[in-house]
Design a protein around this ligand. Structure first.
Ligand SMILES: [Fe+2]
Ligand SMILES: [Fe+2]
Length: 323
């Protein structure tokens, strides 16, 4: 138990001081006092984020052995490896809030923790790898650029580094898409099909609409979030529509229309029933993803055991030297 965890939670003077610091744009650091609710909200958000990075390796990892050239294979391996790094980095950040990483990973394996709904969809063709980089990493950039200004220092700093790598991910994806879109008619059909399948799930990545997002107001007040889900979703749509036009691909929404007054692309209705089904564990690949993570965890047991044995040996050695 750290000082932070045992500090009086509802001391109004402390809360007022904390909120004044937030209002003044100061960042909150691990040893600073914070309301328990702020700490819990951050653990929830950051651990979901870390889990998403790790589970996100699975759909793309499936295509490493089938990448169409050495160059594509190298950049896909690098990207998937980056995602592992993002996950580990954010787990570290979460640990600064006084929670143990093993506990968070156990929640993921037990199926009690959430991760991004998008990774429960299958990668059916090579074009999916391009479209994921373009849409999913593109959406991650929109989200994470704003999180880089979050009030909690370790999270904000992690986002700055991660966003640099996400930019590379998005570019490698868009380059795959542009190549296929300018290829044979079969390649073009393959990439259009991938766009059709990934567009709506990518819009769902930003989470429920503001009207149904119970945590948003509090997170905005404490500057953990700086923009609402709907604002971020709109920004993603505005950025992506011209990118699709540039490679002559169509986004699967007959209601997409430019609104000159608001300067936004308005879009059709999101199928929230589908989103809720995926969140409840009933998406196309939820079971497969968790089974893959559990297997990886079990297969890695010997590494954890070896590391613990080594640490114990080192401790014994140091103790005997000190004696
Ligand atoms: Fe990432
Ligand atoms: Fe990424």
């Amino acid at each position: 138990m750290t000082q932070t965890r045992t500090a009086p939670q509802d001391d109004p003077a402390k809360v007022a001081e904390f909120e004044a610091r937030i209002a003044a744009g100061q960042s909150i650091e691990p040893k600073d006092w914070m309301p328990e609710r702020y700490r819990r909200q951050l653990i929830r958000m950051m651990s979901q984020h870390a889990h998403s990075e790790i589970v996100g390796m699975l759909p793309e990892g499936n295509w490493i052995t089938r990448a169409p050239s050495l160059r594509r294979k190298i950049s896909l391996i690098a990207k998937v490896q980056d995602e592992a790094g993002h996950g580990l980095y954010i787990y570290c950040g979460t640990e600064t809030l006084g929670v143990d990483r093993a506990e968070l990973i156990q929640q993921l394996l037990d199926g009690t923790a959430k991760y991004s709904s998008i990774f429960n969809y299958p990668t059916l063709s090579w074009a999916d790898i391009g479209v994921i980089g373009w849409f999913v990493d593109g959406a991650a950039i929109v989200n994470q650029t704003v999180l880089a200004k979050a009030s909690y220092g370790p999270y904000a700093r992690a986002m700055i580094r991660i966003c640099k790598e996400e930019n590379f991910h998005k570019r490698q994806g868009y380059e795959i898409v542009a190549t296929l879109a300018n290829g044979t008619s079969a390649q073009k059909a393959m990439v259009q099909d991938a766009v059709n399948r990934w567009w709506w799930p990518s819009l769902m990545m930003f989470g429920p609409s503001d009207a149904n997002s119970p945590n948003t107001a509090e997170l905005i007040k404490w500057k953990v979030k700086r923009r609402t889900n709907d604002e971020l979703r709109q920004r993603f749509v505005n950025l992506t529509v011209p990118q699709a036009a540039a490679v002559n691909l169509t986004l699967p929404d007959p209601d997409l229309a430019y609104d000159t007054e608001s300067e936004n692309w308005s879009f059709g209705r999101i199928d929230w029933d589908e989103f809720n089904q995926v969140l409840r564990g009933n998406g196309p690949c939820n079971r497969e993803r968790l089974a893959a993570r559990r297997k990886a965890h079990d297969d890695g047991a010997w590494v954890r055991e070896a590391a613990s044995a080594y640490a114990a040996k080192q401790r014994a050695k140091q103790a005997s030297e000190a004696a």
